[in-house]
Write a protein that binds this ligand. Structure first.
Ligand code: GTQ
Length: 351
């Protein structure tokens, strides 16, 4: 075909029709949309307001169906740019789960990795691989790939937490397996707090060698996280881009707790306005304490405790804290790092 033929010429259209019949497509029509100079994404910045919307709606779900009926009573936080896809970012799913007093979310396991970040309530539990993990607000609890887990609430108050799972990533890889437990509740085979004592006290059992790709510690209690952030903020100056930002680590490797989900916590001192920062990982955030706002590109998101918000990757972020504020966040950064794709950039001036 000669170069003078216009892209929408009848000859080309006829040729494209012949290609389609053979399950072929012309790269030259899509190359620039596929291999972009910079990330281009349908993911939008969005906030779910906990007090105004999330709490009431998840409580209404509690009136409409039991945890037993639902298996997991969760409202999925769908990115407005990916409607109907059960995705908060392209790789991660976030949801808000409610367990009412006396309920059990039955035992199962799946290849998707999960974490819970506790928003409200105190003293319900998740059992992970036969170890009961007590839940307090701000605690981070992991249920790694293929580990048995069930949740229960023997307290008098509702318990609400943020779930983050790599459901969209595992779906894309067509690597989902799941299995129901034999019993509704796992029998506990290890005492409360066992994995924390065994693996999180800077001492390992002498012959223990880490085999799993996930942290042997299933609970990162807020008490310790808060103490660490408070001490660091007393003893030094905040980073201009991050405030006091820490990553949760697997003590056996220094790496992330889960191979597919990176987790972070940061303290933003009152009236700090961070300098613009961007990285390629779209991020799910929740505010643990305090208030502030995040500018993500042209969008301004005001947040307070328990609000959840998502920001796309490669978008300039600046955080402003109106009181001392703490943000938890999760992203697919470990996946991008494993593939050599992760990038970050620090801006010099406030936008
Ligand atoms: O608690 O096991 O939000 O299996 C989605 C799938 C939570 C869970 C979710 C799950 C769970």
């Amino acid at each position: 075909m000669s170069a003078s033929v216009k892209s929408n010429s009848p000859e080309r259209q006829r040729f494209y029709g012949r290609l389609r019949q053979q399950h072929l497509a012309p790269l030259w029509e899509t190359l620039h949309a596929l291999v972009t100079r910079e990330p281009s994404t349908p993911i939008q910045s969005f906030k779910w307001d906990y007090d105004r919307d999330l709490l009431g709606l998840v409580q209404d779900a509690g009136k409409l169906l039991t945890a037993q009926e639902a298996e997991r009573r969760v409202l999925i936080l769908e990115n407005p740019g990916l409607p109907g896809q059960a995705s908060t970012t392209h790789t991660l799913y976030a949801g808000v789960q409610l367990i009412l007093p006396g309920e059990v979310a039955r035992s199962h396991r799946h290849t998707q990795s999960a974490l819970r970040f506790i928003l409200q309530g105190s003293g319900a539990y998740t059992t992970v691989e036969g170890e009961r993990i007590d839940m307090q607000p701000g605690d981070l609890i992991t249920t790694p790939s293929w580990t048995w887990h069930d949740h229960g609430n023997e307290t008098q108050e509702p318990m609400v937490w943020l779930d983050v799972l790599d459901i969209p990533l595992v779906k894309m890889l067509d690597a989902s397996f799941a299995e129901p437990g034999q019993q509704e509740k796992q029998s506990t085979v290890r005492p409360l707090g066992d994995s924390s004592v065994r693996y999180a006290n800077n001492l390992f059992p002498v012959d223990w060698i880490p085999h799993a790709k996930y942290s042997p510690v299933f609970k990162y209690p807020y008490l310790k996280t808060r103490e660490t952030l408070s001490t660091l903020s007393r003893n030094g100056d905040p980073d201009a881009w991050h405030g006091f930002k820490l990553r949760y680590v697997n003590p056996a490797t220094g790496g992330p707790l889960l191979p597919s989900i990176g987790t972070f916590i940061q303290l933003l001192p009152q009236s700090l306005r961070t300098l613009p920062y961007r990285s390629t990982d779209a991020t799910i955030h929740t505010c643990v304490e305090g208030e502030g706002e995040t500018r993500a590109g042209d969008t301004v998101i005001a947040w307070k405790a328990r609000d959840i918000f998502v920001t796309p990757g490669w978008t300039w972020l600046t955080h402003t804290a109106t009181s001392d504020a703490i943000l938890f966040s999760a992203s697919d950064r470990p996946v991008q790092e494993a593939l050599g794709l992760w990038r970050e950039e620090r801006g010099a001036l406030t936008a």
